[in-house]
Design a protein around this ligand. Structure first.
Ligand code: ADP
Ligand code: MG
Length: 764
């Protein structure tokens, strides 16, 4: 038999040409093919008869072809297939399906799967656009017949055209499993499998493809048969084992053991502007605990918008500075970097010590950049705040002790790792700086476990005192006049407002507002033809799609308001007399800074902006957040935007304005926003709506793409896998589970899996 690592072209029934097509789907070896599991199963043991079907249900039906015809209606060609059973009939209809012409002949047996609907013309039922498959007849070989009917039949996602459709996969995989009978190497210790009640690998693979008779349909659809569980657990176990190893290696590396003497405490006390919350105290304790340990810190500080992460980070940075080290804070946008810079300077002014704070962003003029870099290099700057400019090659630190990455979710995972690797003060090369990653996106625990599995996590789960809940309302576009009137009233009371638009200028202008270079590698990986995503892209296909979408939807052509246009309209119209400012990513860094500063000082009443203000901007006197075209924003984004208000004691408002046409998903998002202010709840919902791959947007493609696991569905297994991985990795050799050979096999497998599957993550 071919071993599992065998190249797929040597698998019986494949060959070099098909192997090329398979390679395009990431299937390179026999093993890859075996882990390509069916996405659903059809019970063809006892097929449902037509008289049992009820409208509204999803059903799979096996019946005989009675007739087939391509109908050319005025609007589009329709293909109609009539299936019969005794005197009953089922009509199947496909739109635009000219390709089906000539595929069916009376007397053939066909399996269809789809939603049963009542049919208007007769008392019969119909299915629109069902999936279908011709079943073998007497002329087919016995083996094919055996795989297709009279059993629970696996249905596979096509691996490329009709050539590699379900039927082909069934046959090839069946043969592969047959030839590998008794020879699929186990990769987990038997004792562990027995303890967890999971089947061995070979049996799991066989039964996941060809479930034994009597397997419950519900378990199959939910991927919760023992076979599925075993394969999912296996995949997650090796992910977690690798992460655990990385954590352990990190613990063994030499870092800096910071001291927290009275002098350090005093330095912090001098600048703290308020009493920290209990959660801030606890998380700072965890961070400082890491910093004192002489191995490098890798910690994630997670806290909802407004939970007060900045001050926690600043205290940690003071610890580093008081120990004679430099601290660097990296923000995703220039606006945010500038804001941190100004805030840090203001705070540190209260100190009796003299700290030098330096800003480094991409758009500073060259002279200033050179000057600042020199100060960083000579160690004259203790606190360095910047954007991605900080990870450019040219920045050399003198004694970098702590790196804080703010609002991490805007950075690609690759960048995170680059940042960790970059700073290596020469001479003392053995000392690695500590890293603290902060995120305002409340990452659902399951995602945090796998995405940041190699980081320790601290959670700020308490808001500073004196906050009043934000009132969130949905308002239809027609009532805009009332909204502007409300904004005027708030301003009259001395408050400030944001008004946010999805684009800077013109409807086609949909570039996300980020000011760090694209993580091209990650983007390439994320290349997915999801239309929703494409519309927001600048690529050729994206443009094309946007055009088509616009033509199909006239509202899109005329209706999209932009920040630049509305700034003009508002300040000369409904908001005339107020001090209105405009902020977007295409302004120069200086202009951005000026505008932001004026808004912060209360010299601007209303800030018309794009999502540049989404993350981190902190102006406690702002009490109104108006979002136009709110249906176009993602849930996480809306939550971030809302987080810009409600930062002071005054009552705050978030007004989500929408047009008439809103998709079901858009509707769901807006309702969720009105219903809850809990970031974690919203994040869970976002994850459920979008799926993990899209959760962080295309830029965050560092998420490992699983073969069988699904983070949403498999939370419990993920936690179990993490526990088991820790236990396995850290077990005393004398008490470890399994034989020595089994354990060696686990490590071998880990290496293979990580090299192939998680290569990206390993780059760190
Ligand atoms: P985020 O976690 O979203 O980054 P910030 O650090 O910007 O939140 O803090 C939000 C606001 O709360 C800021 O205005 C900050 O000064 C204020 N703040 C933070 N901690 C406290 C505290 N313990 N007591 C009072 N105000 C606080
Ligand atoms: Mg912040």
């Amino acid at each position: 038999m071919p071993g599992l690592p065998t190249e797929v072209k040597y698998v019986r029934g494949v060959g070099p040409r098909l192997a090329e097509m398979l390679a395009a789907k990431g299937i390179l070896t026999a093993e890859d093919l075996l882990y390509h599991l069916p996405f659903r199963y059809e019970d063809r043991q006892n097929p449902r008869s037509l008289d049992e079907l009820k409208p509204g249900e999803m059903a799979s039906v096996i019946a005989e072809v009675r007739g087939a015809a391509l109908l050319r209606t005025r609007r589009m060609p329709l293909f109609e297939l009539t299936l019969g059973q005794g005197r009953l009939a089922l009509k199947c209809i496909w739109f635009h399906a000219t390709y089906l012409e000539g595929k069916f002949h009376a007397g053939q047996t066909v399996a269809v799967f789809g939603k049963v609907e009542p049919s208007r013309s007769t008392s019969n039922l119909k299915m629109m656009q069902p999936q279908w498959e011709l079943l073998p007849d007497a002329s087919d070989d016995a083996e094919t017949r055996l795989l297709e009917v009279g059993r629970i039949t696996p249905v596979y996602e096509s691996l490329g055209g009709s050539r590699l459709a379900s039927r082909w996969q069934r046959k090839v995989i069946f043969n592969l499993l047959e030839s590998a009978r008794g020879a699929v190497p186990e990769c987990l210790p038997r004792a562990m499998l027995e303890r967890l009640g999971l089947p061995d690998r070979e049996r799991a693979l066989r039964e996941a493809h060809f479930p034994p008779e009597g397997t419950a349909a519900t378990e199959l659809q939910a991927w919760s048969t023992p076979a599925h569980k075993r394969l999912i657990f296996e995949e997650l176990f090796f992910l977690e084992l690798g992460l655990e190893l990385k954590r352990r290696r990190m613990r063994e590396r030499t870092g800096i053991g910071f001291e927290t003497s009275d002098k350090v405490r005093e330095a912090i006390r001098e600048v703290l502007p308020f009493h920290p919350t209990a959660a801030q105290k606890r998380t700072l304790g965890e961070i400082v605990g890491d910093m004192r340990r002489p191995s490098p810190m890798r910690r994630l500080l997670q806290g909802d918008v407004g939970s007060g992460k900045t001050i926690v980070a600043l205290q940690a940075m003071l610890v580093a500075m008081e120990n004679g080290y430099q601290a660097a804070l990296m923000a995703p946008t220039e606006i945010l970097a500038t804001q941190h810079y100004l805030a840090a300077r203001k705070l540190l002014e209260r100190s009796s010590r003299r700290y030098r704070v330096v800003l480094l962003t991409g758009s500073l003029d060259e002279d200033r950049k050179r000057l600042n870099r020199a100060m960083i290099h000579r160690g004259e700057a203790q606190l360095i705040i910047g954007t991605h400019a900080l990870i450019e090659e040219k920045v050399e630190f003198d004694r970098l002790g702590l790196i804080v990455v703010d609002e991490q979710h805007r950075f690609g995972v690759m960048q995170r790792f680059k940042l960790m690797k970059k700073p290596r003060p020469d001479g003392s090369a053995a000392q690695e700086p500590d890293v603290l990653v902060m995120t305002a996106t409340p990452i659902p625990r399951t995602l945090a476990l796998s995405l940041y599995g190699d980081l320790d996590v601290s959670v700020l789960d308490e808001l500073p005192p004196g906050r009043t809940p934000i009132v969130t309302r949905r308002v239809a576009d027609e009532r805009a006049a009332e909204v502007w009137e409300f904004v005027r009233k708030q301003v009259a009371q001395g408050r400030q407002a944001y008004i946010v638009y999805p684009v800077i200028e013109g409807a086609g202008d949909d570039e996300p507002e980020l000011d760090f270079p694209r993580d091209e590698e990650a983007e390439k990986k994320a290349e997915a033809p999801a239309p929703r995503k494409m519309a927001g892209r600048k690529g050729k296909a994206g443009e094309l799609f946007a055009k088509v979408a616009q033509e199909a939807n006239p509202a899109a052509k005329s209706g999209l308001k932009s920040a630049v246009e509305m700034y003009e309209r508002l300040r000369t119209g409904p908001l005339a007399g107020l001090r209105v400012g405009l902020l977007h990513g295409r302004l120069s860094a200086d202009d951005k800074e000026v505008i932001m500063r004026r808004f912060q000082r209360g010299e601007i009443d209303v800030l018309v902006a794009t999502t540049v203000i989404e993350v981190g901007v902190d102006v406690p006197n702002a009490t109104v957040m108006v979002v136009e075209h709110a249906e176009r924003f993602g849930l996480a984004q809306l939550h971030q935007l809302r987080g810009r208000v409600g930062r002071g004691a005054a009552k705050s408002y978030c007004i989500l304005m929408t047009g008439k046409r809103i998709s079901e998903v858009g509707e769901e998002r807006l309702n969720a926003m009105v219903r809850t202010q809990d970031g974690f709840e919203l994040a869970e919902l976002d994850l459920a709506i979008r799926g993990p791959g899209e959760f962080f947007g295309t830029r965050q493609a560092g998420l490992p793409d699983f073969k069988v696991a699904n983070l949403l569905r498999d939370r419990r297994l993920l936690e179990q896998a993490k526990l088991e991985a820790e236990r396995f990795a850290n077990a005393d050799p004398k008490q470890a589970e399994g034989t020595e050979a089994e354990r060696a096999q686990v490590w071998r497998r880990l290496k293979e899996a990580w090299q192939r599957r998680y290569g990206l993550v390993e780059a760190g």
